[in-house]
Design a protein around this ligand. Sequence first.
Ligand SMILES: NC(=O)c1ccc[n+]([C@@H]2O[C@H](COP(=O)([O-])OP(=O)(O)OC[C@H]3O[C@@H](n4cnc5c(N)ncnc54)[C@H](OP(=O)(O)O)[C@@H]3O)[C@@H](O)[C@H]2O)c1
Length: 309
Amino acid sequence: MEKKSKIYIAGHLGMVGSAIKRKLELEGYTNLIFKTRKELDLFDQKAVSDFFVKERPEFVFCAAARVGGILANDTYSADFIYENITVQSNIINSSYRNNVKKLLFLGSSCIYPKECPQPIKEEYLLNGLLEKTNEGYAVAKIAGIKMCELYRKQYGCDFISLIPTNLFGMNDNYDLQNCHVLPALIARCYHAKISKAEEVHCWGTGKPLREFLYVDDLADACLFLMLNYSGLGPVNVGTGSDVTISDLANIIAKVVGFSGVFKWNTLFPDGTKRKCLDISKIQKLGWNPKTALVDGIKRTFIDFLETQK
Ligand SMILES: NC(=O)c1ccc[n+]([C@@H]2O[C@H](COP(=O)([O-])OP(=O)(O)OC[C@H]3O[C@@H](n4cnc5c(N)ncnc54)[C@H](OP(=O)(O)O)[C@@H]3O)[C@@H](O)[C@H]2O)c1
C-alpha cells in the first residue's frame, strides 16, 4: 500500500473507522475515500457494486457494522445478523469483483466460544458453543472471517481479518441502552459526579476480568497488518492483559473525579469469568499495543466531555 494508493474506509464515522482514518491521515496517506450512510447505504447491493465500479478502490478497510452492547445484541438479534451479513457481504464481494488488492475485515472477540481456555488463541474459533445473547452478531462476524478465507482460497484474494478485543476511545457510544461497559462507566460516573450522587449502581459482582484496547492502538494494528500480513487465518488484536470490572470502575472514577462508591447488583449476571486474547501471533509479526489503560481512559474522557457540550 503506497501513500497515494486509493483506500476506501467503510464506516469512517464510527469509532474504529474514524480511528483508522486518523491513523492513515497522520501517516501521510492522501487518497482516502469514504461515504456517509446517506451517500452510500451499504445494505444496497447495487449501490455498493456501482460505487466500487466507479471508484475502483485498491485497498479496503471494512469497519462498517451494526455494533452494540449485550442488551442491544439480545433484543435486536435478527437485525444484528441480517445487517452485518448484508453490509460485509456487499463489501467483500464487490472488492473481489473489482480486483481490490487487499481488504481488511474486523471481527470481534465475542465471536469466540463461551467456554474458552484463556488466553484465547485464534484456533479456538468455532471450537464450541457461542454466547446466546450475541449469537446473531457472532455468526455474522464469523461468516465475514470465513468469507475472507474462502475468497482467498477460491479466488486468490488478499483478504485478511482481525479479531479485536473490547475497544474504547474517541467517538465511542455513550447511549446507556446500547453501549459497552467502559463508556457506560464513564457516563455513569460523570453523571453521578454532576448530580452529586454518592453511589453508582453496576451490574454483577465486578469480579469478571476483561481486556480493553485503546482504539487508536487498534488503528495502528490495522495499518500494521495491512502492510505486513497476508495469511489465511484471523489475527487477535488486544493488550494480552486484563483487569477486573471493579478495578476498571475505580480507575474511571479517579479519572472522572467521582468520589462516591460503586454498588454491585449481584442479581444481574456476570457473564464469562475471564476473557482475554492471546496476542502472541501479532506480537511475533512485530506489533505491540502502545497506550496504557489509564492514559487511554484520560483521552477518552476528554472526548466524552465534548459530547456533553
Ligand atoms: N466497539 C468495539 O468495542 C469493538 C470491538 C471489537 C470489534 N469491533 C468491530 O469494529 C468494527 C467497527 O465497530 P465500531 O465500534 O466502530 O462501530 P460504530 O461506531 O457503530 O461504527 C460503525 C459504522 O458503520 C456504519 N454503518 C453501519 N451500517 C451501515 C450501512 N448500512 N451503510 C453505511 N454505513 C453503515 C455506521 O454508520 P452510521 O454512523 O450511519 O450508523 C457507523 O459509522 C465492527 O466490525 C465491530 O465488530 C468493535
